[in-house]
Design a protein around this ligand. Structure first.
Ligand SMILES: C[S@@+](CC[C@H](N)C(=O)[O-])C[C@H]1O[C@@H](n2cnc3c(N)ncnc32)[C@H](O)[C@@H]1O
Length: 331
């Protein structure tokens, strides 16, 4: 095997492990071949250094259950290849076997500029009645778009709607040099997780760029609140999944787009799970004078995630004749 190939595989193992990607995403076939050809557990030792024995795994560990499944797979491959048992592999397993599984885990997303974003997330996709306590694919896709279009955010005030646990916003803050970044959400548990994650990633009071975490509910936010934020750019990822809240979102977007001049750039990143819901959004936007334009979806693949979902990134602009409205008005 070419040495650089094994380096790439080790790097991928690290990226997938720390984002708790599905085990079937890993290149187990490569590991199997390495073990068979060398009849030594050395490659497993290298994998452990990049994953369970990496200092990040002490500081911001993936869940116990995940680590247990990962280590069990390594043990299975090692035994199948007839390699000598590796003490550190069994020691690592002993640490997680029988540990009480919590409802939270850390996920760590490596950045191309170096460093990583670590977030405390829930294990379950929906908990406490909200979808906001995990990172969604659209948030990762929007972060990747931002990394490809840094200048779009540089020296600008950015407002993010429905930030969730904060992946997109932290990626923009760490890589795109915005003047100021305002994270927002409406759910109390999400806001608390967001504040903790912003701090965990070295952002917050006294840090650069200036950041804040605000409670901002699309259904009740006012034009005055938005003017006070003074965003040059407004972004949101995976906020179009519930027809019940869409009306409030569209109403808010209209206020954003007709507020103070110059009008901000507005980007929505949508995972199109249900085409009817998505078409409903487009119809509602168009019926109140907002034009959605689909941006080129190609992005550099930075984060490991399931790319089977149809992702649309849309830029919203208001018709010139659209009159200013305040969120308290009815559309
Ligand atoms: C599917 S999550 C997406 C989170 C994050 N943007 C991501 O892509 O990982 C949707 C987010 O929208 C927030 N949300 C839902 N309704 C809202 C409302 N009326 N006002 C503000 N935020 C809302 C939720 O609390 C949640 O954090």
């Amino acid at each position: 095997m070419a040495p650089d190939e094994s380096t790439d595989v080790l790097t991928d193992f690290q990226r997938w492990f720390f984002t708790m990607s599905r085990l079937k995403s890993f290149n187990w076939a490569f590991v199997e071949k390495q073990l068979q050809s060398s009849k030594s557990s050395e490659f497993i030792s290298e994998i452990l250094k990049q994953t369970c024995l990496h200092p990040l795994c002490r500081a911001v560990p993936p869940s116990f259950r995940y680590r247990k499944s990962f280590l069990s797979e390594l043990i299975r491959l090692q035994e199948a290849a007839g390699c000598d048992p590796l003490d550190e592999l069994y020691d690592a397993l002993a640490e997680v076997v029988g540990a009480a599984e919590g409802s939270e885990c850390y996920k760590t997303y490596f950045l191309p500029c170096g460093g990583a974003i670590s977030l405390l997330e829930k294990v379950a996709l929906i908990s406490g009645g909200t979808t906001g306590l995990v990172t969604w694919e659209a948030g990762l896709f929007l972060a990747e778009w931002a990394l490809d279009h840094r200048e779009f955010f540089t020296d600008r005030t950015v407002l993010e709607l429905g930030s969730g646990v904060g992946l997109t916003g932290v990626a923009v803050c760490r890589s795109c040099s915005p003047k100021k970044f305002v994270f927002s959400d409406c759910h109390p548990a999400v806001l608390q997780a967001l504040r903790d994650n912003v701090r965990l990633n070295g952002l917050g009071e006294g840090a650069s760029p200036a950041t804040s975490v605000r409670e901002l509910d699309w259904t009740t936010a006012t034009g005055e609140e938005l003017r006070e934020i003074g965003a040059d750019v407004v972004i949101a990822a995976d906020v179009v999944y519930d027809p019940a809240v869409m009306r409030g979102l569209v109403k808010l977007l209209r206020v954003v787009l007709t507020g103070s001049a110059p009008r901000p750039d507005v980007l929505l990143c949508c995972a199109v799970r249900n085409p009817q819901t998505y078409d409903g959004l487009r119809r509602q936007l168009e019926s109140c004078g907002i034009k959605p334009e689909v941006l080129d979806g190609a992005v550099s693949r930075v984060f490991p995630y399931d790319r089977t979902a149809n992702m649309e990134l849309i830029r919203l602009t208001a018709a010139d004749e659209l009159q200013p409205s305040d969120a308290t008005e009815t559309i």
